[in-house]
Design a protein around this ligand. Structure first.
Ligand code: ADP
Ligand code: MG
Length: 816
């Protein structure tokens, strides 16, 4: 209103008022700004940059940063943005939570701004992230910082509506995506191409380029134009020449502001580890959660199934704090919901796989607990880096190690990770063991979940590359199963087979490390087999029914050592409001210098040979199992010989006794022909027997009737009046003759016809329709047509007595 008033006033005064800037003017202003900015790029001196304003950035980007409360660039931003604006390829390495996202998003926005990119120019920038959650997070940051720009941004991740995405792909300028989904669009969507791509970004680059994504990424890179700018960022950056060559990066600028830092992890991150037995882990975790109800805790475990079970179990045990679980096999919608819930809440525990270890910026996480030993140092850095993020972030990390896994600490220290050993006071650990066992006995689903968790963990250990730290043989699997609430440890088929091989000296113990991988790779093809649990044992081979006990000599020693472990004391003074369970009492003199597992398992599954029917057949042949054998018994329990299966011919007998691998088709054919002769004889005899039987019956019946005639007909009261029935003689004669008509030679003919031509007519193959019907179909009254032979007999039957007729019939039969 006010503005309108001023406008009218100005108009009245006759002044020229410009309501909108003309498009042309806007464009020339923009051109001038772009020219100015470009001219400034070469003058950037990173050390002199104190605020984002010191960078030659567009007003739109600067405003977006300011409104999101980003004023001072972080170290990686200060050093990387300048080079990126100059158009250089960047290899950026900086600690977790140091602001790498903006270090690549700002150059992306500026690059497209300076090339005056429009909606119709297609994809100008591509940002690839290894996980959906991270892609979503980058997308949200882009929206926040770049909302004043005119570009369109798209989030393309798995688990979404592919059709919906397909239609919009050609309109996206900045594409944030995961590798798999991107490749799917490249392969399937004719509207989508990246021919105009200006800038490619790989966040968590080392992960994007590692084995898990190798094939996908190679295919993606093939579809990208080589003349583009490439930015790679990670806390654990790849320097592999091979990786760089794959991306056609010959001389990238290496930007690593923390390379000379004393630690590779954030300074405000306090890190400790404990050494415990495998069966103590669950109790320690439970006690930890119970003692940190007012904290935000992120718990990492090795596999999805462990996360699922621990979450389900702890929910049932009701610790008094919100619990969440995030893992790869969850539905996408659930994943998004859980991710957002964990971001929002402050007193909450999230159980997660390594899916959540890379890049995710959950706000205000107090604790990161690593229940299972990380695969390698890089995984440790990323997991622990989910806390103590940003400029002011603080946090603590706790790593749980089994005694034989403690070796990893040396690797951590070598990589400049300050980590202290702390002790736990066992008296402070409360394990609701009885309650867990009770819950499992009541709830079969929970029990199965525990069994799956157990097997998946053992399997994950066996799949680990670093055999110096990870060893299935060192795991006290019985104790672990018990701690999960399983009284009978589930059977671990692949371990049993492996141990058997060692015992039978098929593999030598020193080959153990390599062979475990081989065995597991083979078994990956039958992942379900590996996971079959104790209760399914009845369906398995006798041999495999035996439960596996992985107790080796080493384990016995380990058990005896266990008793010597001193009292554990486990502290943290920062949280004095909590129970003294976790109060820090640093033992300084003790200081010694996503989805991945699941995905990797899936990948290795793909690489293994599928189990074919031929392989199964071979296995059966090897075991000399006779398939489909059926033995019949008499009531006394004696076997009945099935004469059909008895071979008669000499050739067949010889063939049966021959023990050759495979089948000689020609020989088998010959044997069948021989056997066929005997079959025909057998069949003919059967037919004859049947005829004889029918004749016998006929004879008996006639005799009965003859007797009736001799002794007078029965009185009416003796039975019903059957006078309306046709003359039985006529009928029986007809039958006898029709039987006769179907002679042995006729049957022979049918069989031999079949043999020779192999072309069975309907009549031969199936039951013939009665002639009566055929006649009816032709519209001829059946009574008027009588077969010739039958008619002849009918004529005679009128003049003959029963006995005479019988004698005549017999004569006819004999003549035949
Ligand atoms: P990284 O990718 O290095 O792990 P992120 O880009 O996720 O780190 O940033 C970590 C946190 O730091 C985020 O919460 C982000 O908002 C914040 N942050 C990034 N840059 C700045 C900045 N210049 N000033 C203040 N906070 C920042
Ligand atoms: Mg990041």
């Amino acid at each position: 209103m006010k503005r309108d008033g001023t406008l009218q006033k100005k108009q009245r005064q006759g002044k020229k008022v410009q309501i909108f800037k003309s498009r042309k003017k806007k464009s020339t202003e923009e051109d001038a700004a772009i020219q100015y900015l470009r001219a400034q790029y070469d003058k950037i001196v990173p050390d002199e940059v104190k605020s984002f304003k010191d960078f030659p950035l567009s007003q739109k980007t600067l405003k977006g940063l300011k409104e999101s409360n980003y004023t001072t660039p972080t170290e990686i931003q200060r050093q990387a943005i300048g080079y990126a604006l100059q158009g250089k390829d960047i290899l950026g390495a900086a600690k977790t939570g140091s602001g790498k996202t903006l270090a690549f998003l700002i150059p992306v926005l500026e690059k497209l701004f300076c090339t005056k990119w429009t909606r119709f120019d297609g994809v100008g920038a591509l940002v690839i992230s290894p996980t959906r959650e991270l892609a979503y997070q980058i997308y949200e940051t882009l929206r926040k910082v770049g909302y004043l720009h005119d570009f369109s941004a798209g989030l393309i991740i798995g688990g979404q509506n592919l059709k919906f995405e397909k239609k919009r792909m050609d309109q996206i300028n900045i594409l944030i995506c995961t590798p798999g989904r991107l490749l799917q669009h490249m392969d399937e969507n004719p509207l989508f191409h990246c021919n105009n791509l200006q800038i490619l970004v790989l966040d968590e680059a080392d992960r994007c380029l590692d084995m898990g994504f190798e094939a996908t990424m190679n295919a993606v890179i093939e579809n990208l134009p080589p003349e583009r700018q490439t930015l790679l960022f990670s806390a654990t950056q790849t320097k592999s020449v091979k990786d760089l060559a794959r991306l056609s990066l010959s001389f990238p600028t290496y930007v690593a502001p923390h390379e000379q830092a004393e630690t590779v992890t954030p300074e405000s991150l306090q890190q400790s580890y404990i050494v415990c037995e495998i069966d103590e882990k669950l109790g320690i975790l439970w006690s930890f959660i119970r003692n940190h109800l007012k904290q935000k805790v992120l718990v990492f475990m090795a596999t999805c199934k462990q996360v699922k079970y621990t979450y389900e179990l702890f929910c049932k045990l009701r610790p008094g704090v919100s619990l969440l679980a995030l893992y790869g096999t969850l539905h996408q919608e659930r994943r998004e919901k859980i991710y957002n819930e964990f971001c929002r809440k402050s007193n909450v525990v999230l159980f997660a796989t390594d899916l959540a270890s890379r890049g995710l910026d959950f706000p205000r996480v107090n604790w990161v607990i690593q229940v299972d030993c990380p695969e390698d140092v890089d995984t440790y850095i990323h997991r622990a880096g989910r806390t103590a993020r940003g400029v002011l972030g603080k946090g603590e990390g706790l790593l749980m190690l089994l005694p034989h896994e403690e070796k990893i600490i040396e690797d951590l220290k070598r990589r400049k990770i300050p980590i202290n050993k702390i002790l736990v006071d066992p008296s402070k650990i409360v394990t609701p063991q009885r309650k867990i066992e009770g819950l499992l006995s009541d709830n079969i689903e929970l029990k199965q979940s525990a069994q799956r968790a157990f097997v998946s963990y053992v399997k994950s250990v066996s799949l680990m590359k670093n055999k110096d730290i990870f060893s299935c043989q060192m795991l006290d699997t019985d104790a672990y199963a018990k701690s999960l609430g399983l009284i009978i440890p589930p059977r671990i088929k692949f371990m049993y087979k492996h141990q058997n091989k060692i015992q039978n000296n098929i593999i030598k113990p020193q080959e153990d490390k390599v062979e475990t991988n081989v065995v597991i790779d083979k078994l990956n093809a039958k992942a379900d087999d590996v996971e079959s649990c104790g209760q399914n044992a009845a369906e398995e081979d006798d041999k495999e029914l035996k439960e596996v006990r992985c107790i080796s000599a080493e384990k016995v020693i380990k058990k005896s050592k266990r008793k010597e472990i001193p009292n554990l004391n486990f502290h943290n003074s920062d949280y004095s409001d909590e129970d003294d369970f976790l109060k820090v009492k640093k033992t300084d003199n003790n200081l010694v210098v996503d989805e991945y597992m699941e995905e990797k398992q899936i990948i290795s599954k793909k690489n293994t040979k599928p189990l074919t029917k031929a392989a199964v057949a071979k296995k059966i042949l090897k075991k000399k199992i006779k398939v489909n054998t059926k033995v019949k018994f008499t009531e006394d329990g004696e076997t009945i010989e099935d004469e059909k299966k008895d071979v008669k011919s000499q050739a067949a007998k010889l063939f049966m006794n021959e023990d050759v691998g495979g089948v000689d088709i020609e020989k088998a054919k010959e044997v069948l022909r021989e056997e066929d002769k005997f079959d025909k004889i057998r069949f003919r005899e059967k037919v004859k027997e049947k005829h004889r039987e029918q004749k016998r019956k006929l004879k008996n019946k006639r005799k009965e009737e003859g007797e009736k005639d001799e002794f007078g007909s029965q009185s009416e009261s003796d039975g019903p009046d059957l006078s309306w029935l046709p003359d039985p003689d006529n009928v029986y004669n007809k039958k006898a003759i029709s039987n006769e008509y179907k002679s042995d030679s006729d049957i022979d003919q049918v069989i031999s016809d079949n043999d020779e031509t192999g072309d069975e007519s309907e009549d031969q193959k199936y039951h013939r329709p009665p002639k009566r019907k055929l006649l009816e179909n032709k519209g001829i009254p059946q009574d008027s047509v009588i077969p010739r032979k039958v008619k002849k007999i009918q004529d005679l039957s009128g003049s003959l007595s029963v006995l005479e007729a019988e004698a005549f019939a017999m004569q006819l039969l004999r003549a035949k």
